[in-house]
Design a protein around this ligand. Structure first.
Ligand SMILES: *[C@@H]1O[C@H](CO)[C@@H](O)[C@H](O)[C@H]1NC(C)=O
Ligand SMILES: *[C@@H]1O[C@H](CO)[C@@H](O)[C@H](O)[C@H]1NC(C)=O
Ligand SMILES: *[C@@H]1O[C@H](CO)[C@@H](O)[C@H](O)[C@H]1NC(C)=O
Ligand SMILES: *[C@@H]1O[C@H](CO)[C@@H](O)[C@H](O)[C@H]1NC(C)=O
Length: 403
């Protein structure tokens, strides 16, 4: 039993992101050599003004994995997702998951992103990925698992949905996760989260454990006011009339409301553990004060076993890849006293499994997305201002109507 959760490779406690005090626990990969910042730094980008909504989601800093520098293959598959692509968020609010692969879908087509988009910008300045892995690769040394392994404590279902979509931002939308989830029924929620429907109602607490393998990414310099745009866009810029809401709505139908400022695609495995509030608070408190690294293997295993958990969700992959899920169901099986169950926690510090998984998780789903408004397209400050005002109002209306 102990063997399945090696603790010898547990790394030191990692400092938290300074701007966002409590967000999530990092499980791995552990700190890289001083010369190359570890992949954990990947998420240290600026976040939207979401500080308030994050309150209560507890973050536990902990580095679980070992840093192992080996060569790993790069993925080839491409998707239609690219920086500068402008999409109409108004038309899709609550239904983002229809056109972006973010949760398992019952279909065999391999699309990742199929939202109609328009290339509005003439000249996009690509920025290097936030991930330091590219730099690391130049030295011929990349981590055994290129991505991110974390756990997040969620006091309720809303926080769980928020946590699942933590890496998705839509400028001017206060609750970006709702752009995906507002249309989900209880049953759909249970299915997407890998839970028995009993546990998406009533009073339960959750821990989301996820290991995300990054494959492709893109990031552009944010568009500045008056940014050069394609001629067909420039021609119609004047159609937006300050004070006229309909003029913005019509313009958005043709050119979109937001553009893709950055994205990461790849695939992930995730599992949700459900607890009664009482047990949850105990575990959360224990982990908050001690960190994952301080727990014994047995203690960690027990917290994420039916011993403490009210319910253990299925291990699912974001893309719904059956091969990967079948691998997880068999290879991540843990025996703990008289229980036997698949658990993502088994990956904790297990280099061999992480390495296998690194190869299994291909480029099949959207993992991160940052959408910004197209306001900079307008040269006149009045138009920009009006555009944003209408975008704000439309999105707020949606948020109110669909919640
Ligand atoms: C997928 O859809 C088909 C047809 O709609 C259905 O028969 C099948 O049970 C579904 N599978 C899952 C896993 O939902
Ligand atoms: C594109 O952007 C770069 C950097 O901002 C600039 O140096 C270059 O002149 C621009 N090219 C055009 C055609 O606007
Ligand atoms: C879901 O959980 C309830 C309560 O534990 C149980 O009665 C039911 O059989 C479960 N359903 C499935 C599909 O596992
Ligand atoms: C699922 O993942 C496996 C392992 O990486 C891969 O070989 C297979 O092509 C993937 N299947 C689909 C439908 O993407």
């Amino acid at each position: 039993m102990r063997g399945s959760l090696p603790s010898s490779q547990v790394g030191p406690r990692r400092p938290l992101c300074p701007q966002v005090p409590t967000r999530r626990a990092r499980l791995s990969p552990a700190p890289a050599p001083a010369s190359s910042p570890g992949p954990g730094k990947m998420r240290r980008g600026p976040r939207g003004p979401r500080g308030c909504s994050l309150a209560g989601v507890t973050l536990l800093a902990a580095a679980l994995g070992a840093v192992l520098l080996l060569c790993s293959a790069t993925a080839a598959a491409a998707s239609s997702l690219h920086t500068g692509a402008a999409i109409n968020v108004f038309s899709r609010y609550g239904y983002f998951a229809i056109s972006m692969r973010v949760v398992p879908r019952n279909e065999t087509d391999r699309w990742i992103f199929r939202e109609p988009s328009v290339n509005v910008f003439k000249n996009i300045t690509a920025l290097p990925p936030r991930s330091p892995s590219a730099a690391a690769r130049h030295n011929g040394r990349v981590p055994v698992f290129e991505g991110d392994f974390h756990m997040e404590f969620c006091d309720n279902l809303r926080q769980l949905l928020q946590a699942y979509f933590r890496d998705f931002q839509v400028e001017r939308l206060e609750r970006p996760w709702s752009a995906f989830t507002a249309s989900w029924s209880r049953n759909a929620m249970a299915k997407h989260l890998g839970l028995n429907a009993t546990y998406v109602a009533g009073s339960h607490c959750y821990v989301l454990v996820r290991v995300a393998r990054h494959r492709e990414s893109g990031r552009m310099a944010p568009a500045q006011p008056g940014v050069p745009v394609e001629d067909f866009v420039a021609k119609d810029r004047d159609l937006v009339v300050p004070g006229d809401t309909e003029s913005v709505v019509e313009w958005v139908k043709s050119f979109g409301s937001h553009y893709v400022a950055s994205y990461v695609t790849g695939n992930s495995l995730y599992q949700v553990f459900v607890y009664t509030p009482h047990i949850y608070r105990r575990i959360k408190e224990r982990l908050k004060t001690q960190g994952v690294a301080a727990l014994s293997a047995v203690e960690l295993a027990s917290y994420f076993s039916p011993w403490y958990a009210e319910h253990m969700g299925r291990i699912q992959s974001a893309s719904g890849n059956y091969t990967v899920e079948a691998w997880a169901a068999s290879q991540l099986r843990v025996n703990f006293y008289f229980f036997a169950y698949p658990s993502l926690i088994k990956l904790h510090g297990d280099v061999g499994l992480l390495k296998t998984l690194d190869g299994l998780l291909q480029n099949e789903a959207v993992l991160q997305l940052d959408l910004r408004t197209l306001a900079p397209v307008f040269q006149s400050p009045e138009r920009r201002h009006w555009f944003n005002e209408v975008v704000d109002n439309q999105l707020k209306l949606w948020e109110v109507n669909m919640s």
